[in-house]
Structure formats: C-alpha cells, structure tokens
Ligand binder design. Structure first.
Ligand code: NAP
Length: 247
C-alpha cells in the first residue's frame, strides 16, 4: 500500500504511538505534520526522522483542547502542504483515580483533550475534506472505551465518546468519500504506561492473552490500514490492537 502524495496531520505525534504513526505514514510516502503540546525537541526529532524517509515534515505546537488552536493548526497544515488527506486524532492524556476522587478539573482536562480535541480537529478538517471529496480520519480510542476500567472513569468515558464521534461522523461524511474509523489499543509500551506501578503492570499482563505489551508500531500499522486508498469502503469501524485483551 502507498500513501505517496498524501498529506497527514497526527495530533500528539511527538512521542509514543503518535511518533510511530508519523513514521509509518512517512514510510508509506505521506507528508506529515507532527502536532505536539509542549515537547518541541521530541516533535522535531520525529519530523527529522520522517524527512529522512524522503517526505516533507513540519511540527506544529497546539493544544488540542483549544478549539481555536485546532482550527488554526488545520489551516496551517493546508497552507504548508496544499491540502489535508489524513487526520489522526491521537493526542491523549490520563488523570487516573477512583471516580470518587476524580476532581472536576481532572475530569474536564481528560475529556477536553481526548474527546473535545478530536471533535475540534474533525470539525476543522470537515469542510476541506468534504470539498475535496476525499479524507481519512482515524481516532485513537482504547480497549477501556469498550470495556471500562476501574480507576479510569474519565479516560474510559473520553475513549467511549470517541467511538460515538467516529460512528456519527462516518455516517455524515460517507457520501463525500471521507472515511472515519477508530483504533482501540490495549496496553502499549509508551511513556503513558511506563509510569504505572510494577504491580499494576503485572496484573494487566495477566489480562492479555498474548501475555505481552503491544508496541507503538503495532498500532501505527492499524492506522495506516485505515489511511490507505484500498480501504475506501471501510468506515465507522473500531479495530482493537490489543493482543486479544478485548475478546
Ligand atoms: P504518550 O506517550 O503520553 O504521548 C502523548 C502524546 O500526546 C504526546 O505527543 C503529547 O505531546 C501529546 N499531547 C498530550 N496532550 C496534548 C494536547 N493537549 N495537545 C496536543 N498534544 C497533546 O501517549 P501514548 O501512549 O503514545 O498514547 C497516544 C494515544 O493512544 C492517546 O490518545 C492514548 O490515550 C491512546 N492509547 C494509549 C494506550 C497505551 O497503552 N499507551 C492504550 C490505549 C490508547 P508532548 O510530547 O508535547 O507532551
């Protein structure tokens, strides 16, 4: 499969899963805009690695929880590359706690970044993709958005919300040849999971039939599947990349 000549924006592309997505899309020939929140050095390293693969790459600092920043970011990508074909809403945060102890601020921060952020980027890309009669939107959900998780009520709600967003937009945009799909990773080896206590990791490993963590590249390949021209007839779907966790 080739993404030659396609232009992509990956939110939270500086590190972890987002970085692997940027590299996979670049490896397949897409130009990549690497969005990040604060880690400029990581974003620049990702962009440089993409350029080494022979594509154009830019970095864009923007907080996806800020609607105006999302709008400006999509405009910037279109002015840099000429168009936007692939939008990957990957930026995400956790603020884990038992529901009883989740503050209003921590609930809002997770929903604003993970769910509203994706909505705002989709909204900004909506008209340009509709007009060009082509688009691929891929939202980063999670297995916990399907199954729930004790200690992650805010995060699980945001990831479940992304599935509703995905299916609704898939229906709105299908006639314009824009597909909208979601990837639901299980337990992936990134900075996000590195902070978990060893005991929590051991317990999580027992819930994975493949008995290992996934790698960011495992998720990136699923994103590239949805980004391909060849999957034009696939929309509104949620693909688990989880070593069997959600089965
Ligand atoms: P990570 O290593 O913590 O990286 C998070 C990325 O999101 C960074 O690039 C960060 O930018 C960016 N980001 C955070 N807040 C942002 C904001 N407000 N605006 C723009 N960018 C922002 O996380 P990860 O593990 O790669 O996770 C990536 C996505 O996969 C998330 O949506 C996460 O919920 C989802 N996911 C992860 C797992 C897992 O096991 N790791 C499982 C299921 C789903 P900076 O570098 O600038 O901070």
């Amino acid at each position: 499969m080739s993404l030659q000549g396609r232009n992509a924006l990956v939110t939270g592309g500086s590190r972890g899963i987002g970085r692997a997505i940027c590299l996979e899309l670049a490896r397949q020939g897409a130009n990549v805009a690497v969005n990040y929140a604060g880690n400029a050095q990581a974003a620049e390293e990702t962009a440089a690695a993409c350029r080494e693969l022979g594509v154009q790459a830019v970095t864009i600092r923007a907080d996806v929880a800020d609607a105006a920043a999302c709008e400006a970011m999509v405009k910037e990508v279109i002015s840099s590359f000429g168009s936007l074909h692939i939008l990957v809403n990957n930026a995400g945060i956790t603020r884990d706690n038992l529901a009883l102890s989740i503050s209003e601020a921590d609930f809002d921060a997770v929903l604003d970044t993970n769910l509203k952020g994706a909505f705002c980027c989709c909204k900004a890309a909506y008209r340009p993709m509709m007009r060009q009669r082509y688009g691929r939107i891929i939202n980063m959900s999670s297995v916990v958005g399907l199954r729930g998780n004790a200690g992650q009520a805010n995060y699980s709600a945001s990831k479940a919300g992304l599935i509703g967003l995905t299916k609704s937009l898939a229906k709105e945009l299908a006639a314009r040849k824009v597909t909208v799909n979601a990837v639901a990773p299980g337990f992936i080896d990134t900075d996000m999971t590195a902070v978990l206590p060893e005991a929590a990791k051991e317990a999580l490993l027992k819930t994975i039939p493949m008995a290992r963590l996934g790698q960011p590249e495992d998720v990136a390949r699923a994103v590239a599947f949805f980004a391909a021209d060849e999957t034009a007839y696939v929309t509104g779907q949620v693909l688990c990349v989880d070593g069997g966790m959600a089965v």
